[in-house]
Design a protein around this ligand. Structure first.
Ligand SMILES: *[C@@H]1O[C@H](CO)[C@@H](O)[C@H](O)[C@H]1NC(C)=O
Ligand SMILES: *[C@@H]1O[C@H](CO)[C@@H](O)[C@H](O)[C@H]1NC(C)=O
Ligand SMILES: *[C@@H]1O[C@H](CO)[C@@H](O)[C@H](O)[C@H]1NC(C)=O
Ligand SMILES: [Zn+2]
Length: 493
């Protein structure tokens, strides 16, 4: 009897201990514990045209330090068409380009033949405000304060609303001026996050895109510009510390697309549409060509088949699609703004109209499966795990991640937090699956304790059962975490 009593007391202590541990770990869970605090601030930075592998042939001590303190993706996949305004608007909305409507850098009118270049298109409000809300507006409608500096789309209003604080660059802007970059960083950290207490800021730098276009992605000039970007990344983090923001600011640094060397005459047979037999510009009522590797055509009434048949097979590196036969994986078809015929050049080729008048050594706009079109992705801050390298994901998923970080409800979008959840510090502490597991463990524990108090016999036999369950549980945890992180590996640093 005495030994039975000892056993009973032992059992009670064991169960209580089990229960306490479970309650404690449940209570410290991030979603419960973090709910009281206001969310951290968030800075989204784009360095235009920063290809995923630009840190491979340049020393980047500041990017390396950021990766050691935060998260680095192998690369990210932008939406097609891989050009600046459309892909940036995907970052801001989480939608593929056919779903947000900013289908090109250039606004155009097929009746008047008018085209507006990149900068002027920033001010065509109805081009941007086409039914999708960028994150600035969604955040503000839910009590957050947003700002944007030079980010594509900043100049526009959306359903009559715009970001609270905006800075749009002047017309002929020097996008490469490092002194101006630093002034802008200090303005965002000091006046915007500090003074105006903004919760979210998007910030855009026009490099290394311009240098990549002009000198090519393999040039010493591009490598020098990557060093400038790296210095700026160091400056951004230093400025955040100087303004007392380091422990409540999350920073995401990414880009809109990559860059690829253009293949030139002598090396290859360039694509010049006017030289293709059977094709005539007279059969078109509007065309958008001479802007890199993608073209769009509006044939005249009754001329679609003529133009299509002439161009199809007209050059071995030119792909011609009717809008409705575009490969669905490109997600660039289902929008009234996209013209009836699409031309896509193979990686390295550009589409010329009458003559080779494109002189860039580097170009983008190619198929988003081309590795040279993939941008980089880095993140650091209190909400991110540390020293973690993850596999690739699509840039549509950045938007739901940002909404989660800001504690706001996202608009309908094409991304998913599931693609980036493993980047979060809260994931490391606890996952929703673990929560469910713990909740069921708690009820199991409670039921067992109650059962023990009523029926002594059960308590005696349950010891063995408990041990067995624990063994199974730890096994389950192991398998769970392995299968959930297929692309994740801890960096060696
Ligand atoms: C496009 O041009 C046509 C013809 O000049 C004009 O009637 C129409 O209003 C223009 N549309 C837009 C959206 O500017
Ligand atoms: C989007 O723009 C197209 C014209 O380019 C227009 O017909 C359509 O109504 C716009 N949709 C919204 C929701 O603004
Ligand atoms: C660079 O920016 C600084 C600060 O805005 C300005 O004073 C300087 O004139 C600029 N330099 C060039 C070459 O544009
Ligand atoms: Zn760009």
């Amino acid at each position: 009897m005495r030994s039975l009593l000892t056993l009973l007391i032992g059992q009670t202590m064991l169960w209580t201990g089990c229960l306490c541990l479970l309650m404690a770990s449940l209570g410290s869970g991030a979603p419960l514990g973090g709910a009281k605090k206001s969310p951290n601030k968030l800075l989204l930075i784009s360095f235009d045209g920063f290809r995923w592998d630009y840190d491979r042939d340049v020393d980047t001590p500041n990017l390396d330090a950021m990766a050691a303190d935060g998260v680095k993706a192998a690369y990210v996949t932008p939406p097609f068409i891989t050009i600046t305004s459309p892909t940036h608007f995907t970052l801001l909305t989480g939608k593929y380009i056919e779903n947000h409507g900013v289908i090109h850098n250039m606004w155009f009118n097929t009746s008047s033949q008018e085209k507006k270049p990149y900068y002027m298109t920033q001010f065509v409000n109805e081009w941007w405000d086409n039914g999708s809300l960028p994150i600035w507006i969604t955040a503000q409608r839910q009590g957050r304060k947003a700002g944007s500096l030079h980010f594509p789309g900043t100049a526009s209003s959306y359903q009559g609303e715009r970001a609270l604080v905006t800075d749009v660059e002047p017309r002929f802007y020097n996008y490469a001026n490092e002194t101006a970059w630093r002034e802008n960083v200090d303005k965002v950290m000091g006046a915007w996050f500090g003074g105006q207490d903004l919760d979210f800021v998007s910030m855009y730098f026009g490099e290394p895109d311009s240098t990549g276009h002009k000198h090519g992605p393999d040039s010493p000039e591009r490598r020098a510009m990557v060093r400038q970007v790296d210095r700026t990344v160091g400056y951004i983090r230093e400025s955040a510390r100087r303004h007392g923001l380091a422990d409540r600011l999350n920073v995401i640094i990414t880009a809109d697309h990559g860059m690829r060397s253009v293949l030139r005459d002598g090396l290859v047979d360039e694509i010049i549409l006017s030289k293709i037999p059977g094709f005539s510009f007279k059969d078109l009522s509007f065309h958008l060509v001479d802007f890199g590797p993608v073209g769009m055509l509006l044939p005249k009434e009754g001329k679609l088949e003529t133009v299509y048949n002439a161009l199809k097979g007209g050059h071995p590196n030119l792909h011609v699609y009717k809008k409705e036969e575009m490969p669905s994986r490109l997600r660039y078809s289902n929008n009234p703004r996209i013209l009836p015929l699409l031309l896509i050049a193979d990686p390295g080729y550009v589409i010329n109209g009458f003559a080779t008048l494109q002189f860039n050594k580097g170009e983008h706009g190619f198929d988003n499966e081309d590795m040279d079109m993939k941008p980089f992705f880095r993140a650091v801050g209190p909400s991110f795990r540390r020293n973690l390298e993850v596999g690739p994901f699509e840039t549509v998923n950045v938007y739901p991640l940002m909404c989660h970080l800001l504690g706001i409800q996202p608009e309908p979008n094409d991304g998913s937090l599931d693609a980036t959840r493993h980047l979060l510090a809260s994931y490391e502490a606890r996952t929703p699956e673990d929560h469910r597991e713990i909740m069921s463990s708690v009820s199991t524990g409670l039921a067992a304790v109650a059962g023990f108090l009523v029926v002594v016999f059960l308590a005696v036999t349950s010891h063995a059962a408990c041990q067995k369950r624990k063994a199974q549980k730890s096994m389950q945890y192991k398998m769970h975490s392995e299968e959930k992180e297929p692309d994740t590996k801890q960096t060696t640093m």
